[in-house]
Design a protein around this ligand. Structure first.
Ligand code: DQA
Length: 147
């Protein structure tokens, strides 16, 4: 099985509690279970992680480069302003590895500040707006790109 890092940024540990009208009633534990199951069906071992810490998230992207692992990344609010995260994501795709940017909601349909992604231009592709299904679609994209 190919390992894939499924990385979640700030406040995603609060899924189920946080703005359920936007993000749904299910928790990060529910998302983790679903992602692991979808991964297994696709021949992927999903290593699902969440942090509120920008430095930790950047470190995980460095780990993906060094271990040559594909990445599914929900950068959460860092999406919109973190050039440090953008530079780390660029190292992943620059190394020839797949990095799929995912969002539960559709940021383009929300507040103006969410309409800009610093990560999108250096991602392999972006999937947004499908709730948990965004991650399933991202895993399918990773599986389809495996050598
Ligand atoms: C999000 C969208 C971001 O704008 C927001 O800051 C998040 C979650 C999403 O998955 O829809 O925290 O990345």
């Amino acid at each position: 099985m190919t390992r894939v890092l499924v990385l979640n940024g700030p406040n995603l540990g609060r899924l189920g509690v946080r703005e359920p009208d936007v993000y749904g009633a299910a928790s990060l534990a529910d998302l983790t279970e679903a992602v692991r199951g979808w991964g297994a069906e696709l021949g992927l071992e999903a290593d699902v992680r969440q942090t509120d810490d920008e430095a930790e998230l950047i470190g995980w992207l460095h780990e993906a480069v060094d271990a040559r692992l594909p990445v599914v990344l929900n950068p959460a609010a860092f999406t919109h302003y973190s050039y440090a995260l953008r530079d780390a994501a660029a190292q992943v795709t620059g190394a020839g590895l797949v990095l799929v940017e995912v969002h539960l909601s559709n940021p383009l349909a929300r507040e103006a500040f969410r309409r800009h992604s610093a990560v999108g231009p250096v991602a392999t592709g972006t999937i947004a707006g499908f709730g948990f299904e965004s991650y399933h679609l991202a895993l399918r994209a990773v599986a389809a790109r495996l050598p």
